[in-house]
Design a protein around this ligand. Sequence first.
Ligand SMILES: C[S@@+](CC[C@H](N)C(=O)[O-])C[C@H]1O[C@@H](n2cnc3c(N)ncnc32)[C@H](O)[C@@H]1O
Length: 202
Amino acid sequence: MNDRFAERAAEWNFNPRIIKMFRAFVDQFRKEIPLTTDMNLLDVGGGTGLIAFDLADSVKSITIVDSSPAMVKTAREHLVEENISNVTIIESDILHADLGDQKFDRIYGHMSFHHIENIDGAFDRFAKLLVPGGMLIIGDLMSEDGSFHGEETVPHNGFDPVKLSAKLMIRGFSKMQTLPLESMDRPETGSSFERFFLVAVK
Ligand SMILES: C[S@@+](CC[C@H](N)C(=O)[O-])C[C@H]1O[C@@H](n2cnc3c(N)ncnc32)[C@H](O)[C@@H]1O
């Protein structure tokens, strides 16, 4: 499989644009989403682990599932360096990851959902993986014209959160709430990409 993150994984955590987006998501997550030290979280497309490593001391466990060998390698190196014991990393597509019979209190993904081809399949899976009252949290791009990824094509050029909410509703989610998430600005081209923070309760 072609690893589209192979070239970027080693530098990911040092890219100011990435850090700015990650920080905006984590700050909003901590503000909006209740967390307790008995909770188990699933990080969908957790990449190098920026978010999981930040949240780890507030919860019981976090499982990162990510399909990029390069991103997972970087995440594993930091896990050892930072001596974090309650984060597990699984290299796999989220649709096929072996999670045993584990259930999660929170499932979240930051800038990963637009890379997942089968969003319906992923939502089916999350509906089964969440405990009753558990929350799904998505931080991602609003629908855009494809210029966010330049020459690269991805399965989704952002999303309309209203359409995502409708998909979640038919799978038994409720209390969908969409908030703005700090946009991603590219001053060099004068472009700005709107982002959203969607929360749904199972
Ligand atoms: C833009 S990166 C975001 C990484 C991280 N969430 C962050 O905010 O720094 C998207 C990540 O999603 C992962 N990904 C894409 N499709 C996936 C899938 N189907 N299953 C699991 N991970 C996936 C990629 O490998 C990549 O690490």
